[in-house]
Design a protein around this ligand. Structure first.
Ligand code: 2AL
Length: 253
């Protein structure tokens, strides 16, 4: 763990298994990270290629937790970012980790509430809007969240150069600013991270990307030597047998 003068290591977990997206997330995190921060960007060994339903989220969590458990075993990770806008497995990850864990929706919504009066979330498929509203509610961000909107863009289209994803997102952002009474935008998918600077330049309002927000928040928590509380709810899970499909998790956690 961090000592004065030593490098900070942040593990960014893209809970989907699309490596091109993981590389993009890693590059965007490195671009905003402090020079002394090492970014380790990973995808789980198991799980869906994209996360755009409750079912996908549930199936992404075991692989995500394996990555947290591996980081804890290696003992050289100062903090973790969960780089999917549904913040899957966030509380379970906090139970496993000694250092801080931040989800990108959590990070982006909190930062948006500090630079504007109300934000609109612009996300991928309409079916993910319910989860974004749910997170706004449980994070106490509902009063800052003017609306959640979708471009009806499947996550993996963000990886396709000819998909016109950027134009579609910008169009939805413009409608958000005109119709929602919002004054800043939260991007609702980790796969949008590389588009943030351009969208902000076009819209001339703050546009918050959760990958950058999560990276800087984790850096701040690590710099302040704040770790996950192990008193009560976020203590290590009790050891117990786990049978069947997830048998290996008895050891990994
Ligand atoms: C996401 C995300 O950030 N990564 C992924 O696979 N799905 N979120 C979303 N709303 O589509």
């Amino acid at each position: 763990m961090e000592e004065k003068g030593s490098a900070v290591r942040i593990k960014i977990i893209n809970p989907n298994t699309t490596w091109s997206m993981t590389e993009k997330i890693g590059a965007c995190a490195r671009a905003v990270a402090h020079a002394g921060t090492e970014i380790v960007a990973v995808s789980p060994a198991t799980g869906p290629v994209s996360i755009e339903s409750h079912y996908d989220e549930a199936l992404a969590v075991p692989g995500l937790l394996q990555e947290i458990a591996a980081g804890e075993r290696e003992g050289n990770i100062d903090g973790y970012v969960i780089a999917c806008f549904g913040d899957p497995g966030l509380k379970a990850a906090r139970e496993l980790a000694r250092g801080p864990v931040v989800g990108i929706a959590e990070a982006a919504m909190h930062l948006a509430s500090m630079v504007g009066s109300r934000f609109s979330v612009v996300t991928t498929l309409g079916r993910t809007m319910g989860q974004a509203w749910h997170l706004a509610e449980i994070y106490g961000m509902e009063r800052f969240c003017a609306n959640v909107r979708a471009c009806e863009l499947p996550v993996l289209e963000l990886e396709e150069p000819g998909s016109r994803a950027r134009e579609r997102i910008i169009g939805e952002c413009r409608r958000a600013l005109e119709e929602d009474g919002s004054d800043c935008i939260v991007l609702g998918c980790a796969g949008m991270t590389d588009l943030c600077a351009h969208i902000e330049q076009v819209l001339c309002v703050p546009v918050i990307d959760g990958v950058a927000a999560g990276t800087k928040l984790i850096e701040s928590l690590v710099a302040l030597k704040l770790r996950t509380s192990k008193r009560g709810e976020l203590a290590k899970p009790l050891p117990k047998p786990i049978v069947g499909l997830l048998e290996g998790f008895t050891r990994s956690s």
